[in-house]
Design a protein around this ligand. Structure first.
Ligand code: CA
Length: 257
């Protein structure tokens, strides 16, 4: 597979049809090869604060750190690339930043956020996530969910209590089992792999995946092909047409020659 030369990125975040404000935050930087989405939770609009800190903190850490490392060099202790380690540290720092803010500001007590981050660097990708915001990859005709939700539903499926269909009927959907900002430490899932020319990555919040099936997401991405702006707009519109029960955010990242 040939390594992609550049990234095209489309991003859209919408309040949806039911919520009064948007607690999702998104950011991307094609020059860094970076895209990040966070879905905040907490009272008095503190969810917005948590997700905004997460996104800003992660972007800042990667801006400052990427020039200081050899991204593809592998750390013998962990088997991870330096890019992945930097990414994990960026998410850990964001966690601490949110946690400390929550300790200091009474109106921010108990706030937290998910985060899913994609870093494409030197023909490889690093992915970090906490919570139930997801990253999918469209490669050829196949859509694959690369992240596994840190949610009660997913845990019950993993432990064999429910099939995905049963879990959807029997379990509250939005109970996340891991989030940034709740404690002074957090377990961050990190994975890495090669990027192929033509790969399209979708980062999204549960406001999308609660409203659309994977099949519908796949059909939409295939329908619009390289037109990522239109695909992003269509995904958000479909989520809203289905009821738009939650904020919905998507970032599409296309790798092309
Ligand atoms: Ca949400």
């Amino acid at each position: 597979m040939s390594a992609p030369g550049r990234l095209s990125i489309a991003s859209l975040s919408d309040t949806g049809r039911k919520r009064g404000h948007n607690e999702d935050s998104t950011a991307y930087d094609p020059a860094l090869g970076l895209a990040v989405i966070a879905d905040g939770m907490g009272g008095y609009k503190s969810g917005e604060v948590a997700s905004a800190i997460a996104v800003a903190s992660i972007v800042q850490a990667l801006k400052a750190g990427l020039g200081q490392i050899q991204p593809a060099a592998v750390d013998p202790a962990t088997g991870l690339s330096q890019a992945s380690l930097l990414l994990r540290q960026a998410v850990l720092d964001a966690n601490l930043h949110i946690y400390r803010t929550a300790q200091q500001e009474p109106q921010c007590q108990g706030m937290g956020t998910t985060a899913v981050v994609l870093l494409v660097c030197a023909g490889r990708m690093s992915i970090a996530h906490v919570g139930d915001s997801r990253l999918y990859r469209l490669r050829g005709q196949a859509l694959e969910q690369l992240t596994s939700d840190h949610s009660l539903v997913q845990e019950l499926i993993d432990r064999g209590f429910f099939t995905p269909e049963e879990a959807a009927e029997n379990t509250p959907k939005n109970l996340v089992t891991r989030a940034l900002g709740i404690e002074d430490g957090v377990q961050v899932d990190v994975q890495e792999g090669e990027v192929a020319e033509g790969d399209v990555f979708l980062l999204c919040t549960d406001g999308l995946t609660d409203m659309l099936t994977d099949e519908e997401i796949l059909l939409t991405l295939r329908k619009y092909g390289a037109n990522l702006e239109k695909a992003a707009a269509e995904l958000v519109q479909l989520a809203n047409e289905r009821g738009g029960k939650d904020n919905v955010s998507v970032i599409l990242v296309g790798a092309s020659a």
